[in-house]
Design a protein around this ligand. Structure first.
Ligand code: IPE
Ligand code: IPE
Ligand code: MG
Length: 267
């Protein structure tokens, strides 16, 4: 959870941004944007209002990444399990998504951001698929940043799809069984062209992965905050980055330290 009283509350946005070390930035940030429904319900509003408000936070996150030079941002926007929500909410979410794609195109082009999606996109309504494909192809040559939306996405489903495809290729004799290793499996995932996330942020106080990037997050630093997604703005993103930069990533090795001096025995 977010640390209480870090002293950062009194800092201006610029001062906070100055605390971010430009040399130690994550290359890939993944976000589970959660808490839109609760944000609206707390105000006696329909859940969709929270989803709509959350779009401002998406824009802030994209903007901060683009400004700081964080190459990849992946946002969990709709899980495979979310299809089980009431039909009205799913429908409204799809309409919102379509509107977002249409509205965001010019900004993505202007800032040279490539748009991509991961997940079982074919399950989305036809008009959404149309706008997704449109955005992906129009932005495909943009080279400053990659914004990925996980839509109709499930980590386990992704692994199943990868296994089936890999099995097919093995059957076709495209490579020997002995050449199957972690790197090759990674190539069969939706995220083949992205580095693994260095930092994963989940809002709303839930401390679970909810089937997000299960393979890719083997060594990702996890950041959980009680802030609800519509309230998670620029400052909150900067605070998450500062927190990330205070961590030591060991990847199973021992702490990085100066080699101890040899003890000279007396006598
Ligand atoms: C996250 O907010 C957005 C989606 C899952 C689409 P929620 O809709 O899960 O909001 P809560 O968790 O119910 O507050
Ligand atoms: C995870 O949020 C999925 C997205 C943010 C798209 P949920 O709100 O659906 O997750 P659970 O149900 O709390 O695990
Ligand atoms: Mg939720």
């Amino acid at each position: 959870m977010r640390k209480i009283g870090t002293g950062q509350e009194a800092l201006s946005d610029d001062q906070l941004q100055a605390l971010v070390n430009r040399d130690g930035l994550p290359r890939h940030v993944a976000i589970i944007m959660d808490g839109n429904g609760r944000w609206a319900e707390m105000r006696g509003l329909p859940r969709i209002v929270g989803h709509r408000e959350g779009i401002h936070s998406v824009r802030d996150a994209v903007k901060v990444c683009r400004e700081l030079g964080i190459y990849a941002l992946t946002i969990y926007a709709f899980s495979i399990e979310n299809w089980q929500r009431p039909q009205d909410e799913v429908k409204e979410l799809m309409t919102l998504l379509e509107g977002y794609l249409q509205k965001e195109m010019s900004a993505l082009m202007e800032h040279r951001i490539r748009f991509k999606t991961i997940g079982r996109i074919h399950r989305l309504p036809e008009s959404v698929v149309h706008w997704v494909r449109q955005a992906e192809s129009a932005t495909s040559a943009n080279d400053k940043m990659v914004l990925t939306l996980a839509l109709s996405y499930g980590g386990r489903a992704e692994i199943v799809d990868a296994m089936l495809k890999l099995y097919d290729d093995l059957q076709k004799g495209l490579f020997p069984k002995e050449s199957v290793d972690e790197a090759l499996v990674g190539q069969y995932l939706n995220t083949a062209d992205l580095p693994d996330p260095d930092l994963m942020i989940r809002t709303s106080g839930e401390t679970r992965l909810s089937n997000f990037l299960l393979w890719q997050m083997a060594y990702t630093e996890l950041y959980f905050t009680p802030t609800l997604w519509p309230d998670f703005r620029r400052r909150d993103f900067l605070q998450a980055l500062i927190d990330y930069q205070q961590r030591e990533r060991r990847f199973g090795r021992v702490k990085n330290r100066i080699r101890p001096r040899r003890v000279v025995r007396q006598g």
